[in-house]
Each structure stands twice: as C-alpha cells, then as structure tokens.
Design a protein around this ligand. Structure first.
Ligand code: NAP
Ligand code: MG
Length: 509
C-alpha cells in the first residue's frame, strides 16, 4: 500500500515533457490518426489529443487521439455488428488462419519500419525492437496455423444420445495493452483472439502505442473484414475504463499493474464476463552451489537489463546458495560494470525507461536502498552524449539484500537486481515463494532430481531449469499465480481463454 501511495505522489511530481518548439531538432509532430473502426481511421469524438513522448529526449514527437466513451461505444458497436451479423462472424476458421498468416507476412515485410517506430516510442535499443517484431510476426504465424485445429470432443452418454462439445468465440473481446513491449503484447493477445473468431477492441497504452496504430492497418490490409479489429487510443482512466466497463464486451484481456488489474476485475464482475490478468512479478533465479555459473550469470544479467528492466517476467531476484554467494556477486558485478545505457540508435545494452514517473520510481528505490544501507555491488553507466532530459537510469546490482526489504519484495520495473543468500533447499523454496507474486522462476543446478523437486514446489506460472527466457517462447503457456494474475496466454492454452465451450446433446432415440 505504501508503494501505491508513493507511486501516485511520484506521478504528480514528475516534470512535464519538453515542448517540441524549443528543441534543437527540427521535425514535425505527427498528428493523431484518430480512432480505427471498420478498417479506417475516423476523427475521434473528442478534439483533444494525447502527447507521445520520446523517452530518450523527453520531447513530444507525435500525438494520438484522446478517445472517450463515445469512441469506445462506436468501436464496440462496430465489433458487435461484425461478430453478430457481419462477414467476420461467418468467416471459416481456415480463412481466419490464412488472414493471420498474411498479417505475419506483412509484419515481416514492414519489420524495419515497425522496429524504428517501436524504438522511438519506447526508447528501447533498435536491435531489441527488431527482435520484438520477429516475435510479433511469429504470434500471428503460430495462431494462424492453429485457427482450424481447435477440436471439440464427443462424450459417451446415455443410450440414444449423441453428445459433442465445440469451442466458440466469446464474441467481442477487449484488449488493454501495456507500454513495455507494445507490438509483442498486441500479438500475444490479439492473434489468438482473432484465431478463435472474436472481434477485438484494443486500447493500447498512451505511453507507447504507435506500433499498434500500424498493426491495425496491416490487419486491414491482410483482408480482415470490417469490424474484426478496432483501436481506441487514449488514456487508461477514460478510454480504458470505458472499454473494460462496456456492457457489450464479452471478455477482457489485460496486462499491466496489479492496481489497474483489480479495477479491470471489478469491471468484468459487474458485467459477469471473464478476464485474464497479467500483472507482473518479482521472479527469482534460484542458484544452487552446483550450478554452471558460466552459463547462468550472463543470462541472469542480460535478463534484468533487457528493456531497462521493464519486463513483467524479468528475473529480478537472484537467490544464491551461501557457498557460492561471493563468486556470484563478483561475476554479476563484473557484468553490471560493463552495462551501458543509451539512445535507441546507439543500440547499447538498454535504453531509457518509459517516462518521467518510471524514472522517478527507479530512483526512489535506489535512494531508499542507500538510506537502508544496502550494499551497492556494481553500477552500469549511461553513455556520454545521451540527452540529459531522457529518462535514463543507472543499472544497479545490490546484495546482500534483507529478505523483507521493499527492494527484495516489490516489482521495481527497472534495471535493479538484488542478491539474497539462502541456506538450503527448503530455505530456497521458502524465499522463492516469499513475495506476493508468482509469474516465473528459474532453477539452476546440475542435480536433476533437485531441479524437478524445486520446480514443482515453486508457485509460478513458468519455471525454467538451467535457462531463462523472459516470457518464454510463443508456444509456451504463460501467466501468473498469486498477485501476478490469472489466466494463460501463449501456446494453445490462449485459444482456450479466448473461447468458451458449448455442449450439444442430441437425443436420437
Ligand atoms: P497500468 O496503469 O496498469 O497500465 C496498463 C494499461 O492499462 C495501459 O493501457 C493503461 O492505459 C491502462 N489503464 C490504466 N488505467 C486504467 C483504468 N482505470 N481502466 C482501464 N485501463 C486502464 O500500468 P502503468 O501505470 O503504465 O505502469 C505502472 C506499473 O505497472 C509499472 O511500474 C509496472 O510495475 C507495472 N506494469 C506491468 C506490466 C506487465 O507487463 N505486467 C506492464 C506495464 C506496467 P494508459 O497507459 O493509457 O493509462
Ligand atoms: Mg512513448
């Protein structure tokens, strides 16, 4: 609770973005495109716009529509028409799959353009943004291939009866997307929903949503009928709240903070619809004394530095068996010392964080760690030549961090890594399960029995053994336990979330 209050007060205290007019660079601020309904941009009902800020400079370089209730109503109505009466509701699964495959091809064809947009919007290094586009295309490819392979069952029942189940789309699905991996998150939630035949209304995050603006255009270009997708850019409290509370929505997919996740769940409850919530984590690496440290340490270091630590599944706690604590601390300190932050074009280890509030949040954690006397083992650097108004933060390694300290328990969403020693296997499991979160974990050991034993005791949606891929592959079901949320995305599981089951009971005598 203290952290929430602090988050709110920090948000109020952050400086305003720099106006373009006073900046040295000369470029035109891209005007807002409006709201995307029935495969075309229309002016939003409200004349207002939301500024889009370049996190590497703090300069406004584009605007998006500030959609309100009227725009959301229009988008949902179009989606309803498409699903209930339109061509989209009658499209065969095989054709849905082919359309999704075409989207994958279009993303691949426009990958460089999309990566440049994404890097500018989020501040992430260009190579990371390029990798994001490969993953985004892959979501559409994977779910395109799966669209016509979701089968029902037949069930043996009473004599004279034939019973079958089939999976049906929910209808109109709402997708509320975060700013950390905007294009990937779009693919993760929209591709499986479309594969199952839902009509999707998407609310991207105001801090980074320009790739979503291009992706809906590519979806239209791929031949999706009118109303299959709609995009309502704008603010969370207005467009997001209007969408999640809309009585004509049949399902909500949300990724973001636990606080807003609770509001989404309340909105879903009021309309008696389901939702999936992916709410972040404080994911542990559990390093036993027999682990292969040459393998483990670079993966652990890169995993928290990637995307400036703004990865829901980042491994942000390293739990280390005491016998190897000093060795691990020294190895990770050497890694952190070499880490460099810079602009997207510099393409270094990490970029800035997303906005001034997030920078303030990371800096508050650093200041508190100092005040609490937590040893700072190593720091990375911010490259000379970056814009001082950019939202850069210093990657930092801390340890040993007391188990109950905020730094050891709360999600920072920044490039801060904490080391905590443990005594034995039972202690490691207790520590791994010792936060409110349960999204991911990694167990590092050469002892196969122990690896399996510990993996099965950790309360998390995904557990890696001797490896770690934040978020894992597209084929691998992913989602939270505890405060990390519920529901599963990725893999074939996502197709179950984005559909419902009907049982047809036929009495033939
Ligand atoms: P957030 O407010 O939860 O934003 C996530 C999404 O929800 C955005 O699209 C946001 O729109 C929307 N939203 C905000 N208020 C809403 C409301 N009342 N009703 C419906 N939708 C609403 O997250 P944030 O403020 O950007 O980030 C805060 C913290 O959340 C981070 O520090 C991090 O800890 C966590 N986070 C986690 C993830 C993850 O992947 N699990 C991703 C992002 C952030 P607007 O952005 O336009 O307000
Ligand atoms: Mg931005």
């Amino acid at each position: 609770m203290a952290a929430n209050i602090e988050r709110m007060s920090m948000a109020q205290a952050v400086p305003a973005p720099r106006a373009f007019a006073g900046a040295a660079q000369s470029f035109a601020v891209q005007p807002a495109k409006g709201v995307f309904i029935e495969n075309r941009w229309r002016p939003a009902h409200s004349q207002n716009a939301v500024d889009v800020v370049d996190p590497a400079t703090g300069i406004v370089f584009a605007q998006i529509a500030d959609c309100g209730r009227e725009d959301v109503n229009a988008a949902v109505a179009a989606a309803r028409r498409a699903f209930d009466q339109g061509a989209w509701g009658r499209t065969r699964p095989t054709d849905r799959g082919r359309m999704l495959a075409r989207v994958a091809e279009l993303i691949a064809r426009h990958a460089e353009e999309l990566a440049v947009i994404e890097a500018r919007d989020t501040g992430k290094p260009l190579s990371l943004a390029r990798g994001d586009m490969v993953a985004t295309a892959r979501y559409f490819e994977y779910y395109g291939g799966a669209a016509d392979k979701v089968h029902g069952d037949t069930i043996p029942y009473l004599p004279g009866f034939f019973v079958a189940t089939e999976r049906e789309a929910h209808g109109v699905t709402a997708h509320i997307i975060p700013w950390n991996y905007p294009a990937q998150m779009f693919g993760r939630t929209v591709a499986p929903a479309l594969a199952m035949g839902n009509a999707c209304v998407i609310k991207p995050a105001e801090d980074a949503c320009l790739s979503a603006h291009r992706l809906v255009e590519l979806i239209a270009e791929a031949g999706f009928p009118e109303g299959a997708v709609a995009l309502v850019p704008g603010r969370g409290e207005t467009a997001g709240a209007a969408l999640s509370g809309h009585p004509q929505i049949d399902f909500i997919s949300f990724t973001g903070s636990p606080e807003v996740g609770a509001l989404i769940q309340i909105a879903a409850a009021k309309n008696h619809v389901g939702c999936t919530l992916e709410l972040g984590g404080k994911s542990p690496h559990v390093l036993f004394a027999d682990a292969d440290l040459d393998e483990a340490l670079p993966i652990i270091g890169k995993g928290i530095v990637m995307n400036a630590g703004q990865t829901c599944s980042a491994g942000s706690r390293v739990l280390v068996e005491r016998a190897i604590y000093d060795k691990v601390a020294a190895g990770l300190a050497a890694y952190f010392t070499g880490v460099r932050a810079g602009s997207p074009e510099m393409d270094l280890d990490l970029g800035p964080v997303i906005n001034a509030a997030q920078k303030k949040r990371v800096e508050t954690f650093r200041a508190r760690a100092k005040a609490d006397g937590i040893p700072l083992l190593a720091e990375g650097s911010i490259a000379p030549g970056v814009d001082p108004a950019g939202y850069f933060v210093t990657p930092s390694l801390y340890g040993p961090v007391p188990r109950d300290n905020d730094l050891a328990c709360e999600e920072v969403f920044g490039p801060l890594l904490v080391l905590i020693p443990f005594e034995d296997e039972a202690d490691a499991i207790r520590l791994a399960n010792g936060t409110d979160y349960g999204l991911m974990a990694a167990v590092w050991t050469r002892d196969g029995n122990r690896a399996l034993r510990v993996s099965r005791r950790i309360r998390a949606g995904q557990v890696y053994v001797n490896g770690f891929g934040a978020g894992g592959g597209i084929e691998l079901p992913f989602g939270g336990m505890k405060k990390s949320g519920h529901g599963r995305e990725k893999g074939l599981e996502a197709l179950l979330e984005f559909s419902t089951l009907k049982t047809i009971i036929l009495r033939h005598g």
